[in-house]
Design a protein around this ligand. Structure first.
Ligand code: SF4
Ligand code: F3S
Length: 86
């Protein structure tokens, strides 16, 4: 699955949401009353690894799981955990 990492925090551009063919990037601005979330998250159980979101992000926050930079590896769990608790 693809993963959203630290650069999304404070940016939340949401261009990724528009290009995702399976709508697995949550939550969007104004969606579900989650506007105050720090970042958006990709549901690893729904992501089909199409890669469309990666170049759409203006701050390069999105990486394929195996390509996440070492300092942001914790975001793999952070994305997954968001959907565990939901
Ligand atoms: Fe959506 Fe494709 Fe990105 Fe997965 S890789 S989150 S399916 S746009
Ligand atoms: Fe965040 Fe980039 Fe999407 S800033 S909301 S991962 S386009």
């Amino acid at each position: 699955a693809y993963v959203i990492t630290q650069p999304c925090i404070g940016t939340k551009d949401a261009s990724c949401v528009d290009v995702c063919p399976v709508d697995c990037i949550h939550p969007g601005p104004g969606e579900d009353g989650f506007d105050d979330n720090q970042q958006l998250y990709i549901n690893p159980d729904e992501c089909i690894d199409c890669g469309a979101c990666e170049p759409a992000c203006p701050v390069t926050a999105i990486f394929e799981e195996s390509a996440v930079p070492a300092e942001w590896k914790q975001y793999i769990k952070i994305n997954a955990d968001f959907f565990q608790g939901a």
